[in-house]
Each structure stands twice: as structure tokens, then as C-alpha cells.
Design a protein around this ligand. Structure first.
Ligand SMILES: C[S@@+](CC[C@H](N)C(=O)[O-])C[C@H]1O[C@@H](n2cnc3c(N)ncnc32)[C@H](O)[C@@H]1O
Length: 240
């Protein structure tokens, strides 16, 4: 049975504040370094034009914002997140990569994105939408801040499709990952919340329909690494 995890904004922000110091380390270890490749695939999906203004929603420690800025030397990125500690770690990385003039981090909620209408040429959200208490509202906000025809790339965890691998992965994800996460982060529940929240997230075909219902066209889910992660690609509906 799938139980719905508690996604109260204060609880989620507090949880990410607490794990922020070990967040990047655990990402690399628990994904065997694949997480950065998944973010590169999201950058590919944006197919950015020169000088693009990109929003990275739920930016956390800014890995995807940095990947975008590294790949596109003339792009500017606004990273939005409601966890102050995640943003502080992100800001340090941006400073040491000397990207402070092109990446701007803003504290804010996905339900009320602090940007004006139709001001972004593209948007990303990596491993964030599953944590948002009202994902439909966040999608409507993304549609509001994107200009018509702009690209959206969403990364989110899923389930491997091949039955044997699915069983093995499920054991890793439900038992080993939470144990390692607890040991390294010293947080009792954050890495048990991860498999619980992934289990409660809709399957790719259903989430594609949700994205379509909130201002986007040409929506598709691309499975990455045997379906462990899905990359959702979409285009902001051109205005009528
Ligand atoms: C799993 S982390 C992903 C961070 C980053 N995108 C990455 O690829 O590593 C999820 C992030 O989403 C943020 N978040 C969750 N719900 C949010 C909301 N409603 N508004 C803003 N940020 C939110 C959390 O604070 C956290 O930093």
C-alpha cells in the first residue's frame, strides 16, 4: 500500500535545511555519480538559444543551474528554492565557479514563483516536483512565467521497467539507501521520505497528462537509466 507522505511546506523546507550540508555528497554516492548525467540530459532537452533566461525551480544546491551556465556561456539562470540552507550551499558553489554574474538564487515557493509573467525562455525542475505539496499549482506557475513556445524539462525518479531489475532496485531504494542516508546525513527520516515520496508520485503516463493539463504541449516522458529516472520534456503552449 502506498501512503501519502507529509508534504507540508514548512516540514519539507526544514528537512532540506537539515540535510543541506551532506546533500551533494549523498547524491553522488547514492546514484553512483549518475545524478550529474541526468542533469546534463535535462540541459540537452532545453535546446537553448543564445542569451536565454532560464528558471531552475527547486534549485537546491544549484547543480542544475550551474550545469546550464557551464554549457551555455551566455545564458542567465534564476534558481528558486524555499530552503535557505540549500541555497547557501548553492551560493558557495556558484561563487567558486565564478558564475555569480549569471546565476541568481532567490528564496521562494514553487506555488508563487517570484518572477513576472512570460519572462523566461526555458525552465527546469530536477527532483523537486515530487516534493511540492501542490504540483498542479507549480506547473501553472511555470506556464505563467514561461514565454509561449518555451521549453520545460523535469527530472523525477521512477521505477525500473524490467521486472528482475525492478525487484533489486526496489530493495536498494527501500532499505539500503535510507540506511546509508541516515548514517551520513544524521537525519532520521529524510532518506526514508525519498522512497515514500517516489512511491506516491504518479506513473509517467499520468504525469504527462497532468503537465498537458497545465499549459504545455508536446509533452513526453523519456526513461533514463532503465527508468530509474524520467525526463519529462514539454513546450509552453503558444498563445492562441
Ligand atoms: C531533492 S532536492 C533537488 C534539488 C536540485 N534541483 C537537485 O537537482 O539536486 C528538492 C528541492 O526542492 C525544494 N522544494 C521542495 N518544495 C518546494 C517548494 N514548494 N518551493 C520551493 N522549493 C521547494 C527543496 O527545498 C529542495 O531544495
Amino acid at each position: 500500500m502506498t501512503t501519502t507522505p507529509d508534504k507540508t511546506p514548512a516540514r519539507i523546507a526544514g528537512m532540506f535545511d537539515a540535510i543541506a550540508p551532506r546533500y551533494d555528497l549523498l547524491n553522488r554516492v547514492l546514484s553512483a555519480g549518475l545524478d550529474q548525467r541526468w542533469r546534463q540530459r535535462a540541459v540537452d532537452a532545453l535546446a537553448l538559444s543564445p542569451g536565454s533566461r532560464v528558471l531552475d525551480l527547486c534549485t537546491g544546491t544549484a547543480d542544475l543551474a550551474i550545469a546550464i551556465a557551464h554549457r551555455h556561456g551566455d545564458a542567465s539562470v534564476a534558481g528558486v528554492d524555499f530552503s535557505g540552507a540549500m541555497l547557501r550551499f548553492g551560493q558557495r558553489k556558484i561563487r567558486s565557479a565564478q558564475l555569480g554574474r549569471r546565476i541568481h538564487l532567490v528564496r521562494g515557493d514553487a506555488a508563487v514563483i517570484p518572477l513576472a509573467d512570460a519572462t523566461c525562455d526555458a525552465a527546469t525542475i530536477a527532483f523537486g516536483i515530487r516534493n511540492v505539496s501542490e504540483p498542479e499549482r507549480a506547473l501553472a506557475e511555470l506556464a505563467r512565467v514561461l514565454r509561449p513556445g518555451a521549453r520545460l524539462a523535469i527530472l523525477e525518479f521512477g521505477q525500473p521497467r524490467i521486472p528482475g531489475i525492478r525487484t533489486l532496485y526496489s530493495w536498494y531504494f527501500r532499505y539500503l539507501l535510507p540506511a546509508v542516508g541516515r548514517l551520513v546525513s544524521h537525519h532520521q527520516s529524510a532518506y526514508s521520505y525519498l522512497p515514500a515520496s517516489v512511491g506516491a508520485f504518479p506513473p509517467p503516463a499520468e504525469f504527462v497528462r497532468t503537465v498537458e493539463g497545465h499549459g504545455f504541449v508536446s509533452v513526453r516522458a523519456v526513461p533514463l537509466t532503465l527508468g530509474i529516472v524520467s525526463l519529462y520534456e514539454a513546450t509552453r503552449r503558444p498563445s492562441a
